[in-house]
Design a binder for this molecule. Structure first.
Ligand code: 13P
Length: 287
């Protein structure tokens, strides 16, 4: 199956009160693990790629071509969208030309007028190419790819203005944080999520999906979250499984140092983490 945009899968999830997993990729092994997990669980999926990860992997086109070719080689039949995560204005436009089927323009750091103007321009470039668009209001706390956010709650008035531009789904700051949640974290602001969801009337994106208690994730999905972004939990499970392999000296036994063997426990661990998320988000068998 060819890559698709994320519009239909998110709209269906929003109507059916489940969420699509957005799993960030970091390399070829990651992308293969995401595709295998989606196919095995018959779940539509979004492969998220940050600009930093794109740079690491050799640019937008390398990432798009690799994903397209892997899907053909692996006979992937579930819907898969390739999505630029936290794109800059220039990055979002470039990803539209490189084969991505979905882009996020993250203008949360701009004043709302400029965020709206640039979001509108990204929509104007993306939609004629059948590419879905995510925008952001408020901000997600924590650090991602060197970008530090303080976690400002989104304003429902901004949700109305930005959805009028025709975006397909909306990321909103509701107390969520990228990376690990601190012990004194107050939890998601579900009341604000409800207000934003009502104002936007399209699928809401929950960033910082690693480490949120399951009950809060489920409540958030009930209130209109239709896409949950997960990165850190896959990185942690990959690292833990790789550490276990090396600490058991398996890299020193036979050809255990072969990267295809060395990466196997980590890849399997990513797949297991993704499966847990698909179960939690309710997207198994929705392809
Ligand atoms: P985590 O790394 O906290 O899972 O967040 C991922 C994310 O929101 C990507 O946009």
């Amino acid at each position: 199956m060819k890559l698709v945009n994320a519009k239909d899968m998110i709209a269906k999830a929003y109507a059916g009160k489940y969420a699509i997993a957005h799993i960030n990729t970091n390399n070829l092994e990651w992308t293969k693990a995401i595709l295998e997990a989606a196919q095995e669980n018959k779940a539509p999926i979004i492969i998220g790629v940050s600009e930093g990860a794109c740079k690491y992997m050799g640019g937008y086109k390398t990432v798009a071509d690799m994903t397209i070719d892997l899907m053909a080689h692996m006979n992937i039949t579930v819907p898969v969208a390739l999505h630029l995560d936290h794109g800059t204005y220039e990055g979002a436009l470039a990803a539209c030309d490189a084969g991505f089927t979905s882009v996020m323009f993250d203008g949360h750091h701009l004043d709302i007028a400029e965020n709206l103007t640039k979001t509108e321009k990204v929509v104007a470039k993306a939609h004629p190419k059948n590419i879905s668009v995510e925008a952001e209001i408020g901000s997600i706390g924590g650090e991602e790819d060197g970008v530090v956010g303080n976690g400002e709650l989104a304003d429902p008035k901004d949700a109305i203005s930005i959805t009028k531009l025709g975006i397909d789904f909306l990321a909103a700051g509701i107390g969520n944080i990228h990376g690990a949640y601190p012990a004194n974290w107050k939890g998601l602001n579900l009341e604000r999520l409800g207000e934003i969801s009502k104002a936007a009337n399209i699928g809401i994106v929950l960033h910082g999906g690693s480490g949120i208690p399951d009950g809060q994730v489920k409540e958030a999905i009930e209130l209109g979250v239709a896409k949950v972004n997960v990165n850190t939990e896959c990185q942690l499970s990959f690292a833990a499984a790789t550490r276990k392999y090396i600490e058991a000296n398996k890299d020193q036994q036979g050809k255990g140092f072969d990267p295809r063997k060395l990466f196997k426990p980590g890849s399997d661990a990513i797949k297991a983490t993704i499966k847990e998320k698909l179960e939690l988000f309710g997207s198994i068998n929705k392809a």
